[in-house]
Design a protein around this ligand. Structure first.
Ligand SMILES: [Zn+2]
Length: 404
């Protein structure tokens, strides 16, 4: 039988089991519980590098829901396991995660408000929706008494947004105690029923710093001026060629520096974000950028410009023949959904870059105003997406254990 048809048959069988029916039933009956969790989650601030309080809240929920080995890892990720009846302490694991952090700085008012079906709060969709789905899936699996064919590691992880630079995921896959056991990963991310990120957008982020001796605008006139030198260097970046295919972008997103109008500055900095869907192109564009900055310097800019890397998200993609992709397509056909493939910069970047199958998947409902104070989320219709994720997880669990 062709592999696609085989996957389709597996999904129809899976969806007709009593255990899966019980899990779906839990999700159907407990939408008010999910809404209550959402309100509680978003009310706890989780600024970048300040996810601790929200992580503690998740440890309590993980314990309430009966996960085992519930703990906080060295990076600050809240973790819990759902192991098969016969536990294999070195067996393969599927990671199911949702990121805790928001883009909003400490002090931002996070108390949610309600407008009809909509819940309004900074971070309510990204990633309040995903975090709520994480708890809903655990509760449904536990209620249904599903004995997973391989273990599931649940994580409410830190550091997905901006300068967090995927540090929660990096720790799990590169340094953490589970690093050699995770064979596949599903990141729960925001709204959307048919959306799935299967290609990881790569980015490299830089801080450019020009420095000089500084001085008084009149008495010391003539010494090098870092603001002017940086401005000249940034203007030069317009000469870096950015291809449409593979799509590659370069943005100077922030500049700062100087002390006062009558001082020659000592420092000026700029933040640069470089993105491409192609890893080789990302390197080529970075090289072009460095050459350009070097040329500007050679052209006589007296301030030295220091280039520091402040972010590095690898580009990668789930290969066309990956079992996880077949599973997802079969699930979508089963649920009559048209799969919407997206390219994104998500927690899935890390496993994908290591050759570990991973997706970031929408957790249902609709949302808007992402990364603004007016962010909203409407969970209406969320159940279909949760069923989709549940079927995808359960089928993926049967495929990751196979090679062991
Ligand atoms: Zn997010």
């Amino acid at each position: 039988m062709p592999t696609a048809a085989h996957a389709q048959l597996r999904i129809s069988r899976l969806a007709s089991t009593l255990a899966v029916h019980r899990a779906f039933h839990w999700l159907h009956l407990h939408q008010p519980q999910l809404r209550k969790w959402l309100m509680e989650i978003v009310a706890i601030p989780a600024p970048p590098f300040g996810e601790g309080e929200r992580a503690s809240w998740f440890l309590e929920r993980f314990r309430d829901l009966g996960l085992t080995n519930v703990h906080l890892d060295e990076a600050g990720n809240a973790l819990g396991e759902l192991e098969p009846a016969t536990v294999n302490p070195s067996g393969p694991l599927l990671l199911v995660s949702a990121h805790l952090d928001t883009v909003f700085p400490g002090g931002t008012l996070t108390e949610p408000s309600v407008d009809g079906n909509r819940v309004l709060a900074p971070g309510v969709c990204d990633n309040g929706a995903g975090l709520t789905a994480l708890l809903g899936l655990i509760a449904a699996l536990r209620y249904a008494g599903i004995d997973p064919p391989s273990g599931i590691l649940f994580a409410a992880n830190v550091g997905e947004e901006g300068e967090g630079d995927l540090r929660g995921m990096r720790h799990l896959f590169l340094d953490g105690a589970y690093r050699n056991r995770i064979r596949a990963a599903v990141a729960l991310e925001g709204a959307g029923t048919a959306a799935v990120v299967t290609r990881a957008l790569g980015s490299r982020r830089f801080r450019l710093t020009a420095s000089g001796p500084g001085g008084h605008s009149w008495n010391d006139a003539g010494v090098s001026n870092p603001i002017l030198d940086l401005a000249r260097a940034l203007t030069g970046l317009s000469k870096v060629v950015l291809p449409d295919v593979p799509r590659t972008t370069l943005n100077v997103g922030h500049i700062s520096g100087g002390t006062s109008i009558n001082s020659i500055p000592e420092l000026a900095t700029a933040l640069v974000d470089l993105r491409s869907i192609d890893p080789a192109q990302l390197i080529a564009t970075e090289t072009a950028m460095r050459l350009q900055l070097g040329e500007e310097q050679a052209r006589g800019a007296p301030s030295s410009i220091l280039i520091e890397i402040i972010g590095d998200r690898p580009a990668a993609a789930l290969p066309d023949g990956a079992p996880m992709l077949r599973t997802l397509h079969a699930v979508d056909r089963h649920l009559a959904l048209r799969t919407e493939h997206r390219i994104g910069s998500t927690d899935a970047n890390i496993p994908l870059s290591l050759g570990i199958p991973a997706i970031a998947i929408g957790t249902g409902g609709t949302g808007g105003g992402i990364h603004t104070l007016a962010e909203w989320y409407d969970p209406s219709g969320r159940e279909t997406a949760l069923r989709r994720i549940l079927l995808t997880l359960l089928d993926t669990l049967t495929t990751i254990g196979v090679d062991d």
